[in-house]
Each structure stands twice: as structure tokens, then as C-alpha cells.
Write a protein that binds this ligand. Structure first.
Ligand code: SAH
Length: 359
């Protein structure tokens, strides 16, 4: 019998599981809050449970399934973790401490099936979708590494689904994770503190709009026209810009009064960073009158990607053109570049090189 990964169960599922063991309902609440509120990752430490129950849980279930392969700490404090799943697939998570809050960037897939030419993760191809338990585990692990098991975090936690993989190709597990995060007797990270990023899986953008308690949305655009976007992000051939923006228009109806959504635009030197392209982007967004802002991400270069980052003056001038045409634009400061933790750099790199294939 496969062990049950308790970390990925909602409270309701945990209740069913506990009932199947013939245990009273309140045990489910105890276990849930041990895992998610106190972030306890061993049954030994669940001293409020009777010994026999703990022994049964050890036999039949799992809390932590990852093996930590390596941990890298950047000069800017960012941490990158490279885990292996139980079946040996690589998973990466990035912890980004900031003054007022921490941000955890989690992965939704091992590898990624999309073939964005500027992203290192694409080189792995899709290895597999992660389970909800495996997504939750990344967050618990990062918090425990920063603060210790059972220790209250000193700052709030933001989550971004911007690690490896395309979250909207693992939609159900992603949404389940978000519901578990939101549980008031667990971590209680509300959807308002969570942003998920998609390369543009149009039907799921429409689905997200229908979810009452949903996270914020970011969309990776990278080009102001189909010709260039087809080249940089082949998913554009399936859902071209007009279809993407019309889904965005639909999604817009679900925005709260002060909410916006975000377009991410990776700045590639001499490829998508000209003044003319800035004007084209502004016109495109203005034509659709979207309540969105643009985050300009300086390209994080890495062998063997064929691009260089745009010079900072270029990024700044691109931003100014957008602003002059009424499009709010921000420049994202790269974090953790030195340890391959920045956007687009997650490709299971360890000191020994790529470690992608399960062994
Ligand atoms: N698949 C999703 C989630 C990944 S988010 C998506 O595409 O949105 C990762 C973000 O980093 C995306 O906005 C992507 O455009 C950006 N990115 C990818 N490679 C990059 C690189 N080399 N430098 C800077 N940003 C990059």
C-alpha cells in the first residue's frame, strides 16, 4: 500500500483518513495544526498524539517526502533549495527575505513542458506535475529552514507560483495547495498574499476568474506582437496575444476594487527592448484598456541561453515610455542571481551540473 502523504490533505480529507483508522475526529484537527500551524515534520514531535497512533502514522503515512540535495545562500540573503522527490525528480524552491515580509517562490512542476527560449527550466522538459503535498512541503521546508520548526515567523509570508513549471498545467493541485494554505487553523496565508504566474494557458485564466477566493494573477508576456512572441514563447502559437488579452479582459471582471493584474516582461538585449517595442506594448495594452501593470524583469543570463540582459538604461527608458503612455511599469530587482535562484534560472543546477534525470 502506498503511504498517504498527509501534508497534501485538506482538513476534510484528513478527517476521512483519521476516521478510516477508527480514530476520533479531533485527531484530524490535531494533526492538521501540527503540520500546518506548527510546521512539525516528524511524528515523534507530535507529543499530543497517543503513542500507538503515532506508530500507525509512521507505518502508513508520510509528512516529508523530499530529500534535500543542496541549499544555496546568496549574498543578498536569498536561499535556493534543490530537493529530490521520492521518485527522484528535481524540485526547486526559492526563499526571498525582505524587510517587511518573506516571499517564497514555489515550483508547480518538476521541469516544464513549455519551451520559452529565455528560460533555463525549459531545458529540462516536463518531468512531472507535483502533487499538492509536494507544493505544500516546499513552503513548510523553506519556513522551517529560515526560522526553525514550530517557531512563529516574525514577518508575513507571500507566496509566488513563479518557480519551475507552468502552474496552470497543474491547476487542480495548485488550487488545492492554495486552499490548504488559506486554512485558518494552518499557515493561514490568504489568497490575497499569493500570486500565480502563467505563460498564458487561456482556459485556466478564465477558470481562475470564477474562483471566489482566488490568488492574484501574473502573465508572462515577453513580446508586444505575435511574431516575436511565437519565437520566444511557443505557447503563443496555441493561444496568440489577442486570445490571451481577451481572456484577460474577462478575468478583469473578477478584480477587486483596488486590484490589478500583472504582465511580466523579461528584457532581452536587442530582442524585445527597443523604444518602438515599448510603444507597441503600451498601445497594445491601452487598446484593450486593461487594469494591469507591467513588471520589467531584467533577463537573468545563463549558459546555454542565447540572450543578454538589456542594459539598465534601456530598461529604464522602456519603462519611461510605458509610463508616458499611461501604463504603470516597474523594474523588478533580480534576487539570488549568484546562486541560480533568479527568474528563469531554475534548472536543477547543483555543483555537479544539471541533475535532471531520475536515477
Ligand atoms: N510558467 C510560468 C511560471 C514561471 S514564472 C510563467 O511563465 O509565468 C517565471 C518568470 O520568469 C516568468 O515571468 C518568465 O517570463 C520569467 N523568466 C523566465 N526566464 C527568465 C530569465 N532568464 N530571466 C528573467 N526572467 C525570466
Amino acid at each position: 500500500m502506498q503511504p498517504v502523504h498527509l501534508t497534501g490533505l485538506s482538513q476534510a480529507e484528513l478527517s476521512d483518513f483519521v476516521a478510516s483508522l477508527g480514530e476520533p475526529e479531533y485527531r484530524a484537527r490535531q494533526i492538521f495544526s501540527a503540520i500546518h500551524a506548527r510546521r512539525v515534520m516528524s511524528f515523534d514531535a507530535m507529543t499530543d498524539l497517543p503513542k500507538e497512533l503515532r506508530a500507525t502514522l509512521v507505518q502508513r503515512t508520510l509528512l516529508s517526502t523530499f530529500k534535500l540535495e543542496s541549499r544555496y545562500i546568496s549574498t543578498d540573503g536569498t536561499r535556493r533549495y534543490l530537493f529530490k522527490t521520492r521518485d527522484n525528480f528535481p524540485v526547486e524552491t526559492v526563499f526571498i527575505p525582505e524587510e517587511r515580509r518573506d516571499t517564497i517562490c514555489f515550483s508547480s512542476q518538476s521541469g516544464c513542458p513549455l519551451q520559452c527560449t529565455f528560460c533555463l527550466t525549459a531545458q529540462l522538459g516536463l518531468l512531472r506535475n507535483l502533487t499538492a503535498g509536494e507544493i505544500v512541503e516546499q513552503i513548510i521546508f523553506a519556513l522551517n529552514d529560515a526560522y526553525g520548526e514550530g517557531v512563529q515567523t516574525p514577518r508575513g509570508t507571500n507566496l509566488v507560483g513563479m518557480g519551475a513549471g507552468e502552474p496552470f498545467l497543474n491547476f487542480d493541485n495548485l488550487m488545492k495547495t492554495i486552499r490548504i494554505m488559506n486554512d485558518t487553523s494552518g499557515l493561514h496565508i490568504v489568497p490575497n498574499r499569493i500570486t500565480v504566474s502563467t505563460a498564458g494557458i487561456v482556459p485556466r485564466i478564465r477558470d481562475l476568474a470564477t474562483i471566489a477566493d482566488r490568488p492574484h494573477l501574473a502573465i508572462s508576456l515577453a513580446a508586444p506582437n505575435d511574431e516575436l512572441r511565437n519565437e520566444l514563447m511557443p505557447i503563443n502559437k496555441k493561444w496568440p496575444i489577442e486570445e490571451l488579452l481577451s481572456a484577460c479582459k474577462e478575468f478583469e471582471k473578477s478584480l477587486k476594487p483596488n486590484e490589478q493584474f500583472t504582465f511580466e516582461y523579461v528584457m532581452l538585449r536587442g530582442v524585445n527592448d527597443s523604444d518602438a517595442q515599448a510603444r507597441q506594448l503600451a498601445n497594445l495594452l491601452n487598446r484593450h484598456a486593461l487594469r494591469a501593470k507591467v513588471n520589467l524583469i531584467p533577463h537573468n543570463p545563463a549558459e546555454p541561453l542565447p540572450y543578454q540582459p538589456s542594459p539598465m538604461e534601456r530598461v529604464e527608458s522602456f519603462r519611461e515610455i510605458l509610463e508616458s503612455k499611461g501604463v504603470h511599469a516597474f523594474i523588478r530587482r533580480p534576487r539570488g542571481r549568484d546562486i541560480f535562484a533568479a527568474c528563469g534560472q531554475l534548472a536543477a543546477r547543483s555543483e555537479t551540473g544539471l541533475s535532471a534525470a531520475p536515477s
